[in-house]
Design a protein around this ligand. Structure first.
Ligand code: ZN
Length: 121
């Protein structure tokens, strides 16, 4: 996707950064996947964005925490679905199956949203 400007431009920019005394970091730009550079001024920039990426550390930590929270939620939702399925299978009255079924649908919606969040990153 996007225009193929990531190649030559980025390499040129990286060379220029190195020449200006910037150091290449082991972290990569989350958008472009290219190494980030630390300037003499202490600023961290992506050679493709050419923007300061101050969020490198904090942002990644926050993202990791978010992923942990989401996978916790996913686990819980699966447990609830199992619980609700148990309720339905032991229920003889169709009228009383409605509520647990409704909740399962709500759970599935949550899973669907989680899946979308997972691939969106
Ligand atoms: Zn970038």
């Amino acid at each position: 996707m996007g225009r193929g400007t990531t190649g030559d431009d980025a390499i040129k920019q990286m060379a220029q950064l190195l020449r200006s005394g910037a150091t290449m970091l082991s972290q990569t730009c989350p958008v472009h996947g290219v190494p980030l550079f630390k300037l003499k001024t202490g600023d961290i920039i992506c050679p493709v964005c050419r923007k300061r990426v101050v969020f490198v550390r904090e942002g990644e930590e926050a993202k990791a925490m978010g992923i942990i929270a989401l996978s916790e939620l996913e686990k819980t939702v699966y447990e609830k679905i199992r619980f609700l399925t148990g309720l339905i299978s032991s229920e003889e009255d169709p009228d009383r199956m409605y509520e647990p079924l409704r909740l399962i649908i709500a759970c599935l919606e949550v899973l669907e949203k989680l899946k979308r969040l997972g691939t969106g990153a």
